[in-house]
Design a protein around this ligand. Structure first.
Ligand code: APR
Length: 231
């Protein structure tokens, strides 16, 4: 089976009602990430950070995957599909994607501040000060904050190297090492970039730009890829 690798960002969840980061109404337009998504912020004001992720987690329990997420699931009947996502929502999984690798963590998971191997899944939205791990240490969001290592990049690189086709959807490609995954995709593999603000960039080769939203662009792209594959 041919292998399709998808690199997704906040834009694929925008039509589910989840804000992106750098659009005009994005999270980093109304908040300073330095106050909310760094280890220093956690040390400085734990409650503010807990509240920020509690609000986003609360919303996640209220939204659904969209036709963009669901289109990617359709690919799995004809291709081996790996989703490498920068998103911390679980909408790819809830749409039915089987192979999802989160580079920046998962909003519904929390982990021990003492032993990072102790990771728990929350079945409700709130993480409070005083919620502790089995070893009695405060739990924190299982999110990769700015300045922290991205452990899953070492799994994502070999996946990118094996891509026969690459789909990039809903990401400004401004955050590394995630954006650097494109450098590992074989130059012979076509890249399809789905983003309403897609800008041609000289550094990307073999790219087809689809200036559409995930919901408008992905179903059409998936149909074309399946038709081309079945011939
Ligand atoms: N469909 C597809 N793409 C969209 C849509 C949509 N409906 N709406 C917006 N976009 C595009 C925007 O044009 C932009 O290129 O999605 C992209 C969103 O970019 P960012 O807000 O920068 O989000 P992302 O690229 O995922 O950010 C990467 O930055 O703050 C960190 O950890 C955070 O994972 C995040 C990382």
């Amino acid at each position: 089976m041919k292998r399709i690798v998808v690199l997704s960002g906040a834009g694929i969840s925008a039509e589910s009602g989840i804000k992106t980061f750098r659009d005009d109404d994005g999270l980093w337009r109304s908040h300073r990430f330095e106050d909310l998504a760094t280890p220093e912020a956690w040390e400085r004001n734990m409650q503010l950070v807990l509240d920020f992720y509690n609000e986003r987690r609360k919303q996640l329990f209220e939204v659904e995957p969209n036709e963009g997420h669901r289109a990617l699931v359709q690919l799995e009947s004809h291709f081996h599909v790996d989703i490498v996502t920068q998103n911390v929502d679980d909408l790819h999984e809830r749409a039915g994607s089987k192979n999802v690798l989160h580079l920046h963590g998962e909003l519904k998971k929390v982990r021990s501040t003492k032993n990072p191997d102790l990771v728990y899944t929350l079945d409700q939205w709130e993480l409070k000060k005083g919620d502790t791990c089995a070893e009695g240490a405060q739990l924190r969001p299982h999110i990769v904050w700015f300045g922290e290592a991205v452990p899953n990049i070492s799994k994502a690189i070999p996946i990118a190297r094996k891509a026969d086709i690459m789909i990039v959807v809903g990401t400004s490609l401004q955050v590394y090492p995630a954006a650097g995954l494109l450098d590992y995709v074989p130059s012979s593999s076509p890249v399809f970039l789905v983003d309403p603000k897609a800008m041609a960039s000289s550094y990307l080769t073999n790219v087809t730009y689809i200036k559409k939203t995930a919901v408008n662009g992905l179903p059409e792209l998936v149909r074309e890829l399946i038709n081309a594959h079945s011939q």
